[in-house]
Design a protein. Structure first.
Length: 97
């Protein structure tokens, strides 16, 4: 697999000044997926936005991993409901006029 869209975990740790244990715990909770290649750990670039959001929740707002897990699940449900609402609104537009 190409590492073009992957971010080295060591870079995340040094750039954001966080501990490896935080990343390991996010992985244990299933909140992020770590990719291992050639004895290096990577985070997919697509997960960076969510990772940074979880990092801010933990370090700036002092929310524990259980809370981050709940928040993440609720945000996921909200996104699904918003997508469903958009589909329903689009179907209703067919009947307007």
């Amino acid at each position: 697999m190409e590492t073009k869209n992957l971010i080295l975990i060591e870079h995340l740790i040094s750039n954001h000044q966080i501990e490896l244990s935080f990343i390991d715990r996010l992985k244990e909770y299933g909140l992020i997926e770590i990719i291992i290649q050639e004895n290096n750990q990577y985070l997919n670039h697509d997960q960076l936005k969510d990772f940074e959001k979880m990092m801010r929740l933990h370090y700036e707002l002092d929310i524990n991993l259980e809370g981050i897990d709940v928040i993440s699940n609720l945000l996921s449900q909200i996104n699904k409901l918003e997508e469903e609402l958009i589909k329903v609104k689009n179907k209703l537009r067919l009947y307007e006029d």
